[in-house]
Design a protein around this ligand. Structure first.
Ligand SMILES: [Zn+2]
Length: 229
């Protein structure tokens, strides 16, 4: 069996990392390690660390390192051959070191790092318009959607569209600044470590085009098509 392979997605809030990861997960053999949803599960499970996690998420801050480490290492516990796409991790240099440590322990090898680039003004516009349906979880952008959704109703199920607390304008500015500050050393770290497997992709395109371009990269690096995908 092939060793498990890691693909890291790096990109500012609003660059569509999560929707990209979800598109990629439609391919057999691709598993997602989504820090955001792992942490949310932790909160929903009533874990004693729940309140600490919830506070960090709602204010758009980094979740304490010990918690991130535990959640990620649990998710990697039964790693087998396949591709693991990391969304939302590593977010700072400490987490980048944590990634290396955990991959050594689990036999993960780094196949590709994909940095999504997006102008911060476009990111802001995307984030301030983002609403999530409280019923079905559908994500829409009221800056780009039909009138019904502008009125706050989900077109798929009629549920109420809500704004994530960390998508409020005052928090968005800080999240984008934090991304710049925290991600520079992470980007340098991986660029230095695996320059040939470091890819920069524009996120200023329709999500399906970003996904197509990233899949082409993955095909090159890990022969996604040769595996029968
Ligand atoms: Zn809905």
């Amino acid at each position: 069996m092939d060793d498990p392979k890691a693909v890291i997605l790096i990109g500012p809030p609003g660059s569509g990392k999560t929707s990209l990861a979800e598109r990629l997960s439609g391919f057999p053999g691709i598993n997602l390690i989504q820090t955001g949803s792992l942490l949310k599960k932790e909160v929903d499970s009533g874990s004693k660390e729940g309140p600490r996690i919830k506070e960090s998420i709602e204010t758009g801050k980094l979740v304490p390192a010990d918690i991130v480490r535990r959640v990620i290492s649990n998710a990697l516990e039964n790693t087998h051959s396949g591709i693991y796409v990391f969304d939302g991790f590593p977010r700072d240099i400490d987490q980048a070191n944590m990634f290396c440590d955990l991959s050594e322990k689990t036999g993960l090898s780094l196949a590709a790092v994909i940095e999504l680039r997006l102008d911060s003004e476009i990111a802001k516009q995307r984030l301030t318009g983002r609403r999530i349906c409280a019923e079905c979880g559908k994500v829409v952008n009221v800056n780009l959607q039909p009138a019904e959704e502008v009125r706050g109703l989900c077109q798929a199920c009629g549920g109420h569209l809500e704004q994530r607390n960390d998508d409020r304008p005052e928090i968005i500015d800080r999240r984008l600044d934090d991304y710049e500050k925290d991600s520079v050393p992470v980007r340098e770290f991986f660029r230095g470590r695996c320059p040939k497997r470091y890819y920069v992709e524009s996120a200023d395109m329709a999500p399906e085009l970003v996904a197509k371009s990233v899949l082409a990269v993955l095909n090159r690096e890990i022969h996604v098509l040769a595996r029968g995908f």
